[in-house]
Design a protein around this ligand. Structure first.
Ligand code: PLP
Length: 417
């Protein structure tokens, strides 16, 4: 089936570049001229219905009318998407809201939400006749691209910054990618990757400038819409780095409304780390401050100069939502609570969505009757050092039952006091 793409508009000037074979707007330039795909939603609505969905594959390829592909993806990528939505009543109680559901993309193939974008990127590259693909990443985009490339038999060239956590680096190497660890910042790794793609003709997976990839991230929103169809949330919380994830989730929710699979709207909550919050600031000021140099231990959202801020700001604004910022301590607390009260081990950037709910509650942005979905965008095992900051230590004991008894007794006293 040919894709139902209707236009490819610049988010700044609005010009349609469909068919022009560009990935950013030539008029507005690569920093601001980000393109956005729009679909023929009237046509999509004819075949994308609740009834037709009931018979489809349990993967994100089930939304083929809303994906920018002309052909079926390789079978080896069939396992991407359709992650579980998990009730978290104890977490909801602890944060003071009526209901929390966790959309757990930590269970995705490579352990993060990025598999949605990477799998669409790989499928699109194959359609374009490319067999080498590249990306720059703080970690998850790279590990997911390496995994999807390995599955589909493509070569992956990955540019990471020096701060990449060990678990994510190991994934890249395990999937057989060629890894360039750039001595510099993420922004420098990103620019180097773009230059290499231009020079060597590699397919560029960098989500912020590749409009096809936001369409992959969109499937997170499509799935939330379908999974919550009869039981809509008041808010969907998402952590924000470059801004593509929240923009994609917001687009997915809107498109499901436009095609009539759902009849409701929900507010988007964007959560950024307090010291790296350029998009939260741009939400208030209307423009991006490109001088940011803060840092957060939630490495996946440590993005001082985000590329996709306009789409992120628009997604939150269109939904009548809000942005909040949370400190690294609050993020660590969210890692702890999400693990202990919901049985979901989130990496710091993923737990930021939960920390954002707590913050929005404290500021009375979200009220106590709210039902909230939190996008758990990455698995805690990916960043062992980050997790270690949050989760405490084991009891080291000799093989002696009396020692166990002493600790059991201590814990009992502690829980009574
Ligand atoms: C990439 C990522 C995000 C943020 O997505 P952006 O598109 O950069 O805003 C959040 N959490 C995790 C785990 C990620 O890997």
């Amino acid at each position: 089936m040919a894709s139902l793409i209707k236009t490819l508009n610049c988010v700044q000037c609005g010009q349609n570049h469909l068919g022009a074979n560009v990935w950013t707007c030539p008029t507005c330039g690569p920093d601001e001229g980000i393109l956005e795909i729009r679909f023929d939603l009237d046509r999509a609505a004819k075949t994308l219905t609740r009834a037709s969905l009931a018979d489809r594959n349990r993967s994100h390829w089930r939304y083929r009318e809303l994906l920018p592909l002309d052909h079926d993806p390789p079978k080896s990528l069939d396992a991407i998407g359709w992650t579980p939505l998990i009730e978290a009543p104890r977490l909801a109680k602890a944060l003071g809201v009526r209901r929390i559901r966790l959309k757990d993309d930590g269970r995705s193939a490579s352990g993060s939400f990025k598999d949605r974008a990477s799998s669409v990127g790989v499928a699109h590259a194959i359609e374009q006749g490319r067999n080498v693909i590249a990306c720059a990443s703080t970690g998850n985009a790279a590990s997911s691209l390496a995994g999807c490339s390995a599955a589909a038999g493509m070569q992956a060239n990955i540019f990471v910054s020096e701060s990449v956590p060990e678990g994510k680096l190991l994934q890249l190497l395990a999937y057989g990618a060629r890894v360039f660890k750039v001595k510099g910042t993420y922004a420098q790794a990103y620019d180097l990757c773009s230059q290499a793609c231009a020079r060597f003709g590699w397919y560029n997976r960098n989500a912020a400038i590749n409009p096809f990839l936001v369409e992959g991230k969109k499937t997170g929103g499509l799935e939330v819409a379908e999974q919550c169809a009869d039981d809509p949330p008041d808010w969907v919380s998402c952590s924000v780095g470059d801004g593509c994830s929240i923009a994609g989730v917001g687009k997915g929710l809107s498109e499901m409304n436009a095609v009539g699979v759902i009849d409701w709207h929900t507010k988007m909550l964007g959560a950024q780390a307090a010291d790296v919050a350029p998009i939260a600031a741009a939400y208030d000021s209307g423009s991006l401050d490109r001088t940011g140099n803060g840092g957060t231990y939630a490495d996946s959202i440590d993005v001082p100069v985000p590329r996709n801020w306009r789409k992120a700001v628009a997604a939150v604004r269109d939904s009548k939502g809000a942005f909040v910022t949370v400190t690294d301590d609050e993020i660590a607390e969210a890692v702890r609570l999400t693990g202990r009260l919901a049985g979901v081990f989130a990496e710091p950037a993923a737990a930021t969505a939960v920390a954002g709910i707590a913050q929005a509650r404290r500021q009375s942005i979200i009220d106590e009757n709210a039902s909230v979905v939190a996008m758990i965008t990455g698995n805690g095992l990916k960043d062992a050092a980050g997790a270690r900051k949050a989760v405490g230590q084991p009891h080291v004991v000799r093989p002696d039952l009396d020692e166990i008894a002493r600790i059991v007794e201590q814990d009992k006293k502690a829980s009574q006091s």
